[in-house]
Design a protein around this ligand. Structure first.
Ligand SMILES: CC(=O)CC(=O)SCCNC(=O)CCNC(=O)[C@H](O)C(C)(C)COP(=O)(O)OP(=O)(O)OC[C@H]1O[C@@H](n2cnc3c(N)ncnc32)[C@H](O)[C@@H]1OP(=O)(O)O
Ligand SMILES: NC(=O)C1=CN([C@@H]2O[C@H](COP(=O)(O)OP(=O)(O)OC[C@H]3O[C@@H](n4cnc5c(N)ncnc54)[C@H](OP(=O)(O)O)[C@@H]3O)[C@@H](O)[C@H]2O)C=CC1
Length: 291
């Protein structure tokens, strides 16, 4: 099947990055969100990130202009009915994702491939609520999408080979690398990464280290590009907590218990960079630790 038009649902940090890389690779993109403000912010972020690529001579100005021209935005989900591939990248909540699919499906062409960028939720379960489990897959991009090389491909129990091969070809066209993961809670990257982030929050909670000492230790002592608390703020603490809950409930092992301090930050609405406050306060010139 030829994939030319791509629908992206959710214009947050992942949705805007996904729209960016697809448009740059020559796909027509229709970006959807429930808020016009989020769509406007997403287009401004995409322009800013493409501009950065132009100034670093990674892409030409003409490639940037073409990419911007290929992205259209809409608050009307029905318009995504014209697309060949849909990537859902809305908030990490199963009820939100199911409601989106329910509203979208009556408008979708029968051959359209439906995917979710979920970080952790069962692909088989999401697929089972749709009319096309064989054409449904997990299509998991990493943050920041324009920079990170990996895309996890997760087949549900019913996903057919044609769908899988179509997505392998799309990943190649994006110039990224695909890794296949089985459909178990949080797949590969987050099964390993998120317990480490959760453990960093426990390390803070138990007073073993401060925000700064924990992040410095992992950057200088383990050569991580970002400290685990800085990375948690970058991902979004709501998303981190949602992934830990999926691991905890899905694998029924206390080793995945979300740290109560992580829960407290989310309850406060301190979700990290996207709300300007998390383990760091980003409202000033330089980030200041909040503990
Ligand atoms: C939660 C999930 O489900 C799965 C996940 O995504 S887990 C999260 C995975 N991501 C990570 O682990 C990211 C870890 N951090 C890093 O790799 C690096 O800190 C980083 C790439 C984000 C920034 O690197 P840095 O060296 O500190 O900054 P800097 O030199 O300014 O930027 C490096 C490149 O990233 C780009 N960049 C930085 N931030 C960016 C952003 N938010 N969006 C787009 N591009 C960005 C820069 O333009 C630069 O590009 P070039 O190399 O093409 O010139
Ligand atoms: N953050 C990360 O590092 C990564 C996240 N992911 C996954 O990507 C998905 C999105 O995460 P992320 O971009 O970080 O989250 P964000 O919170 O940045 O963005 C989510 C966006 O979805 C919008 N949204 C909510 N409900 C709907 C709806 N019904 N229809 C359309 N849009 C909707 C939100 O709008 P509003 O703000 O108005 O609620 C928001 O703009 C999640 O499944 C997450 O697990 C995957 C890889 C990495």
């Amino acid at each position: 099947m030829v994939i030319e038009k791509v629908g992206v649902i959710g214009a947050g940090q992942m949705g805007n990055g996904i729209a960016h890389v697809f448009a740059l690779a020559g796909f027509d993109v229709l970006l959807n969100d429930i808020s016009q403000d989020s769509l406007d912010k997403a287009m401004a972020t995409i322009s800013h990130n493409l501009d950065r690529q132009v100034s670093r001579e990674k892409i030409t100005q003409a490639a940037m202009d073409d990419a911007i021209a290929r992205i259209k935005t809409t608050m009307n989900l029905e318009e995504l009915g014209k697309t060949d591939l849909v990537i859902e990248a809305a908030t990490e909540r199963e009820d939100v994702k199911n409601a989106i699919f329910e509203k979208l499906l009556p408008h979708l062409k029968p051959e359209t491939i439906l995917t979710s960028n979920t970080s952790s939720i069962s692909i088989t379960r999401l697929a089972s609520r749709t009319d096309r489990p064989e054409k449904f897959m997990g299509f998991h991009f990493m943050n920041p999408v324009p920079i990170m090389q990996l895309v996890e491909l997760i087949r549900g129990i019913a996903t057919d080979e044609e769908t899988y091969l179509a997505l392998v070809a799309v990943v190649e066209k994006l110039g990224k690398t695909a890794a296949s993961a089985e459909d178990f809670p949080a797949f590969i990257v987050n099964r390993i990464l998120m317990p480490m982030i959760n453990e960093a929050v426990y390390t803070l909670y138990e007073g073993v280290g401060s925000v700064r000492s924990i992040d410095e230790s992992m950057k200088l002592g383990a050569n991580h590009p970002m400290g685990p608390l800085e990375l948690a703020d970058f991902i979004g603490l709501d998303t981190c907590l949602a992934i830990m809950n999926v691991l905890h409930e899905g694998l029924a092992d206390t080793k995945y218990r979300p740290c109560p301090l992580l829960t407290k930050y989310v309850e406060a609405g301190w979700l990290g960079r996207k709300t300007d406050r998390g383990f760091y306060d980003y409202r000033g010139e330089t980030p200041v630790p909040t503990r």
